[in-house]
Design a protein around this ligand. Sequence first.
Ligand code: FES
Length: 86
Amino acid sequence: MDRSICAQRGRTLLSVAKENHVPVHFECDGNMTCGTCYVKIERGMENLSRATEEEREHLNRRDLTDAHRLSCQARLLGDVEVLVVS
Ligand code: FES
């Protein structure tokens, strides 16, 4: 199901998902210990905050591509299109 959601700049994808009842799986509620909250960025990767080395390590452990981000770490800077995969 496609949904369009407006959200404030600077918020994380996970906080926006939770507020809008989008079913992103997560276990540590944003502490970056579980690595389960990943999503695929279909468009607009440049409109997200940069991934830290720690986030990249989580994604690499799961063999995820550069198109993925941990939703609890990626902050909105503009329009993005996100596929919920976790
Ligand atoms: S919620 Fe655990 S790493 Fe994002």
